[in-house]
Design a protein around this ligand. Structure first.
Ligand code: 13P
Ligand code: SF4
Length: 320
């Protein structure tokens, strides 16, 4: 008991070897663990595959496993379920959402769409199955530009739900996209002022940024790309110092791949840990173990909705 008379939290790792148990359950269930780069490092270390949103959905589409354990946020696990209706898809914490998905409610998006007849809808994968079902094509940050460039130039396009990625794509493709005004609460928080101060302190550092950042941050970037794009840049670069303007969880893979290089997380506006995604960090190694042991929480979907959401995802996979 602690001084307040409450039970102290038990140290689970002192009772069982979590990693060993997770590996055992993986074999028992014939499961695959897919993890996003923003997951905490202990989760990344037990995963079978670590990737960005596109790579994770490609893996989910081709896995021979019976059970997919998705260490990521809800829309990612839901995409895996849309692609694999007969497989069980588990997620360590069902409440691991995303501000972009939550900021685009289907009833409001339906009305928004009605204002722009004749437009096709390209939606960023960071959205709910309902929004996917209202879309023509899904994209991720690594294939959005390629997909937009395949659309005939006279075809008007709505892009949802991330306005920063949308603005970046307008600049890159020269297309006049109609944007839904959603934001990522993590990438929106980077401070331009502190980033510029860091550049002065580290004049040789390259700034690498995710396109979900605001334009005032992106203007200082030497490279803009998806999480896997940023990681590949670091691996191939002859530079030794990098300022990373995306969720800091990705630095784990950078340090593993390039132990001699230095990675500085871009600072958020306040004195907070706002460069960590609060949704991604709801998943913990303990919850990962428990979801495999209990085979819950599980992602379930209405079959009609699944089929409507599947079409635009398949189009993305074909066009990538
Ligand atoms: P990536 O597809 O680049 O991994 O991005 C996912 C995400 O949620 C970014 O915030
Ligand atoms: Fe969503 Fe942003 Fe978290 Fe990515 S980092 S899951 S976009 S809230």
């Amino acid at each position: 008991m602690n001084v307040h008379g409450l039970l102290e939290e038990p140290d689970v790792s002192a009772l069982i070897d979590l990693e060993e148990e997770i590996q055992r359950l993986k074999k028992d269930l014939n499961a695959v663990i897919l993890a996003h780069y923003y997951q905490e490092s202990e989760i990344q270390d037990v995963a079978d595959f670590i990737g960005d949103s596109l790579q994770l959905s490609q893996q989910a589409a081709k896995t021979p496993a019976d059970v997919i354990v998705f260490a990521g946020v809800h829309f990612m696990a839901e995409t895996a379920k849309i692609l694999n209706p007969s497989k069980q898809v588990l997620i360590p914490d069902l409440k691991a959402g995303c501000s972009l998905a939550e900021g685009c409610p289907p009833h409001l998006f339906r009305r928004f769409k009605e204002k722009y007849p004749g437009h096709i809808v390209i939606s960023y994968i960071n959205c709910s199955a309902e929004i996917k079902a209202m879309s023509d094509i899904i994209c991720t940050s690594s294939n959005a530009e390629k997909i937009i460039n395949q659309i005939p130039p006279d075809q008007p396009i709505i892009f949802a739900p991330d306005q920063n990625l949308g603005r970046y794509l307008i600049k890159k493709t020269g297309r006049n996209l109609v944007l839904w005004s959603g934001i990522c609460i993590v990438h929106e928080m980077f401070s331009e002022k502190k980033l510029v101060q860091l550049k002065v302190l580290h004049p040789h550092a390259k700034v690498l940024a995710h396109p979900e950042c605001e334009p005032r941050v992106l203007q200082h970037a030497d490279y803009i790309g998806s999480t896997s794009g940023i990681l590949n840049y670091v691996k191939q670069s002859s530079d030794h110092e990098f300022i990373i303007a995306t969720e800091a969880g990705i630095i784990h893979q950078m340090q593993r791949a390039c132990p001699d290089k230095t990675f500085i997380p871009a600072p958020p506006e306040g004195d907070c840990a706002c460069n960590l995604c609060p949704y991604m960090k709801l998943n913990t190694p303990e919850k990962l173990y428990l979801c495999m042991k209990n085979r819950a929480p599980e992602i379930t979907l209405d079959e009609d909705l699944r089929l409507r959401a599947l079409r635009p995802i398949q189009r993305m996979l074909e066009m990538s």
